[in-house]
Design a protein around this ligand. Structure first.
Ligand code: COA
Length: 176
């Protein structure tokens, strides 16, 4: 099932030696501005990777945090995650984050498309959702471009970095 391959990218499992590449985006205040974590210390990043590597061994596996790498250069440029949250109702969620220097080249759209297909075809999901900060226009645009629909506005549903945050809710169904 893993790695996933797209035209320009390979989405593979993380390994411990990825920590410096992960830290590059996870410690960047501009990248993590709308996210639940960060800016990371080196210890935060190493702990994150250790946790993700442990979860790779889960049986059945319900959480896939994948390193997004450039096929040609093998460089790690970001993360794209899909998790099964509710097995009875076949509901999953996705998340993604990329190093700033790679923004605006369609990489997130390409990676998210691949994990959503993986979620429907391999994990058997029926509904995949994601949320984004109301001001995170780039993230909302990625969700729109891959065919997710805006379903609602969640008021103060996240306690993040010392404040309640609203989010847009987007989702896509298996038959869409
Ligand atoms: C959100 C994120 C993953 C997008 O990555 P990316 O590789 O630049 O995305 P893509 O190039 O595939 O698409 C981005 C789209 O947003 C558009 N966009 C970006 N900033 C924009 C802005 N300020 N106003 C309007 N559109 C904007 C781009 O033009 C592009 O749309 P287009 O193809 O129609 O022109 C990236 O910005 C990121 O990592 N941000 C920090 C982490 C984050 O916020 N993750 C999402 C959490 S919900």
């Amino acid at each position: 099932m893993i790695p996933l391959e797209t035209q320009r990218l390979i989405l593979r499992d993380f390994v411990e030696s990825d920590w410096q590449a992960v830290h590059q985006y996870a410690s960047d205040p501009k990248v993590v501005r709308y996210l639940t974590f960060g800016p990371n210390s080196e210890e935060d990043t190493k702990n994150f990777l250790q946790k993700e590597i442990l979860l790779q061994g889960e049986e059945p596996r319900q959480h896939f945090a994948l390193a997004v790498t450039l096929k040609a250069q093998k460089q790690l440029i970001g993360i794209c995650r899909i998790s099964t949250l509710d097995t009875d109702n076949k509901i999953g969620s996705i998340g993604y984050c990329f190093s700033k220097e790679f923004w605006g080249q369609g990489y997130a759209t390409e990676a998210v498309k691949a994990v959503v297909s993986f979620g429907f075809q391999e994990l058997g999901l029926h509904r995949i959702f994601a949320t984004c900060h109301p001001e995170n226009i780039a993230s909302a645009r990625v969700m729109q471009k891959i065919g997710m629909q805006q379903e609602g506005y969640l008021r103060e549903h996240h306690w993040i970095k010392g404040e309640w945050r609203d989010s847009w809710l987007y989702a896509i169904l298996e038959h869409e």
